[in-house]
Design a protein around this ligand. Structure first.
Ligand SMILES: [Zn+2]
Ligand SMILES: [Zn+2]
Length: 309
């Protein structure tokens, strides 16, 4: 009991001495530094002690963090050492690398969610990047670089060159040549009644005497019967094609007074005008297209009142 009291008194005395005398503080620090440098066991023990305290004491943890933050801000040498240590760790330790990436991802997500100015900065950066990628020579440049892409573009251009002039015999839709196939009537053997009503052959041009005498001006694709792939599949399965004209989807004949209108006149009498706008999105190496269809409804009655006749 007496010994314990004596030890306590001694401890208090040493602590007080340490707190008041700067010379003693310096001496102690020097001793620890020397031991740290020279004594491996001491260093090991000290590290264990610090790790243990860091885990257990909130106060100690806070102080340590503050100390390191201050050192990092004020001491250039310390900053450099830390940076090179972290770079080495990131390069060599896979666990650290995975953990660090996850931490950064989470931090970015939080910042994006909570910080409006950061969100704006991100949006501006993406806009700038997008502008840099899209330039007038971009497509040609890419085409020249990769012969496969250049070939694909030239095939696509050859397909669309004459416009959509191939008519499906079943749904009467006009398509590009790669969207239809020649109609072989003999290949549709299921449900012959449906097949017979669906294959209209309406727009197939057969040269008559007048035509033959004058030399026919009708394009070659109008002289054969074509079918689109959807209708072809339906007929092969013996079912009524959804968009088939025979499915009560026939359109009324165009009256002769409307047949020869020019584009402007057609626009004036149209109930609605449609056009498509195609957007190109660039994200990394992949391209994405999006098309939007615009439909404008026109008030023909108002327009007719404006016209002079
Ligand atoms: Zn069709
Ligand atoms: Zn003809």
């Amino acid at each position: 009991m007496l010994l314990m009291k004596h030890t306590q008194q001694r401890n208090e005395y040493v602590t007080k001495q340490y707190q008041t005398s700067s010379e003693l503080q310096q001496k102690k620090k020097n001793k620890i530094t020397t031991q740290q440098k020279e004594n491996f066991e001491f260093r090991q023990r000290q590290m264990q002690y610090i790790t243990k305290r860091y885990k257990q004491s909130v106060d100690f943890r806070q102080r340590q963090k503050e100390y390191y933050t201050n050192q990092y801000r004020q001491n250039d040498k310390f900053k450099q050492q830390r940076q090179s240590y972290i770079t080495q760790l990131y390069a060599n330790d896979q666990t650290f690398r995975v953990r660090h990436r996850e931490l950064m991802k989470q931090r970015m997500r939080d910042m994006y969610k909570n910080n409006l100015s950061y969100k704006m900065r991100c949006a501006l950066r993406i806009t700038r990047k997008y502008r840099q990628i899209i330039n007038p020579t971009h497509e040609d440049h890419r085409g020249n670089e990769n012969p496969l892409i250049a070939e694909a573009i030239s095939i696509f251009r050859s397909h669309i060159q004459a416009g959509p002039t191939y008519v499906c015999t079943v749904c009467h839709k006009v398509s590009f040549p790669n969207q239809v196939k020649p109609c072989k009537r003999s290949s549709y053997v299921r449900n012959p009644d449906v097949v017979a009503t669906c294959l209209t052959g309406k727009y197939v041009h057969v040269c008559d005497d007048e035509c033959r005498n004058k030399q026919c001006t009708v394009p070659d694709q109008r002289k054969s019967e074509w079918i689109c792939f959807t209708c072809d599949n339906n007929l092969k399965n013996g079912v009524m094609p959804t968009l088939g004209v025979a499915n009560n989807l026939q359109l009324a004949e165009i009256p002769p007074e409307l047949l020869n209108l020019n584009i402007l006149e057609r626009h004036l009498v149209a109930k609605c005008i449609t056009f498509a706008k195609i957007f190109l999105f660039l994200k990394a190496d992949r391209e994405q297209y999006m098309a939007t269809l615009f439909v404008f409804h026109l008030r023909c009655r108002k327009l007719s009142m404006l016209s002079p006749d």
